[in-house]
Design a protein around this ligand. Sequence first.
Ligand code: NDP
Length: 453
Amino acid sequence: MPASQKIEEILNFIKQCSPGQDEFYQASHEVLYSLLPLLNEDSRYFDYNILERIVVPERSIIFRVNWVDDTGKIQTNFGYRVQFNSAIGPYKGGLRFHPSVNLGIIKFLGFEQIFKNALTGLQIGGAKGGSNFDPKGKSDNEIMRFCQAFMSELNKYIGKNKDVPAGDIGVGAREIGYLFGQYKKLTGEFDGVLTGKGLNWGGSRVRPQATGYGSVYFAENFLSVYNKDLKGKICTVSGSGNVAIYTMEKLYEFGALPVTCSDSKGTIYHEKGIDMASLKAVKEINHESLESYASLHRDCVYTPVSHYPENGHAVWHIPCDIAFPSATQNELTLIDAMKLMENGCILINEGANMPTTAEALEFIRKSDILFSPGKAANAGGVATSQLEMSQNASMEQWSFEEVDIKLRQIMRNIFHTAYDTSVEFDCEGDLVTGANIAGFRKVADSMIDQGSV
Ligand code: NDP
């Protein structure tokens, strides 16, 4: 049977077994089809039923989280941990707290995480977790009680050599602190069971900056192949959270100019460049919406979501040389991609996980725009988490420079792994194919070595 027919069969199986899990289907579709050049030349992956096995999580845990709000009322949320694949190491992947979270979202993120973690060259398997809990508008005490309740269940399934969660959307240093405190209380163990910890209690320098910095290092490597660099480039960035902020910070260091940021309510366009001090004050300290940034800077343009282009996002309609989607999945659509091309964008570098819709991705891959897939470009976060685990295991704490140098080297290696694989399969510069094949091959070969488990 031809490989493409086999892939269709597996995708049909996913549709039947995972109804309504659109994002998981989208991610599987992209990964499986991009493997065709490898599958056509190596029949072992069919002989050992690797595709059928790799799209099914090793374990999906769904649990109830009861917590008490500030009025004394008991609230209930769903908790999830999908331990997708442990062929190359203990499960590793973030926790997301956002009202949109459901099993399909966690499965798509966990699936992507398998290949991302493999690409880092480190021994970590793929997982993801989270809850439909909405941290917005909650008091600090409510967030603490929620995190404690969440960990009261999650602690049964994680461990420093088993599964090591980290942050993601809605889970930053504060939440990791409350989760870790509860884990320690329940188990009596002080160990590296979570990453993204505070510096005083086992965290790594550069972890907060790692995904954003890593994303820019990735872009630097990609551009250099085409004798281009970041200096003087106008960059549009979406999001204004962890990834977006440290992407912008690093862009400034490279002499580029980030002119936009966004949140769930609207988009800022600041032609002279985003002011990092006010953005950090608004988002990291005061946890306010970007309207507050606009009120501090009368020379910027604020576009609320209600004024976005139909089926599109205002950020991508602002002319730029390089686009850094760094907020959430499916935030860059076909009309956005067409606009980016019309405006002369040379590179789309995904900081978020799967921010580009399937239609937009198809269009971009046929265009001249360079494209860095998130599973490669945003792998700096998980790579630095692994550096945190190494520091915990050896009871060391490395300097900022030491970690940053290692991060830059890891991003260089990830880029070259993806790029060299694209060359190997005669599609030079197609990093979707290169990253997926390189990540898949490492995991799939390990699954074959380990037999039917
Ligand atoms: P944060 O929670 O720090 O920030 C998320 C940002 O995206 C916020 O500006 C938020 O707006 C916006 N956003 C989130 N959901 C939506 C939505 N549905 N519609 C519009 N805007 C939205 O998350 P991170 O920066 O950590 O994560 C951003 C992306 O990067 C995610 O895709 C994540 O999976 C990915 N990623 C993160 C890593 C990390 O180390 N943190 C590692 C690798 C990938 P608002 O403030 O209004 O909610």
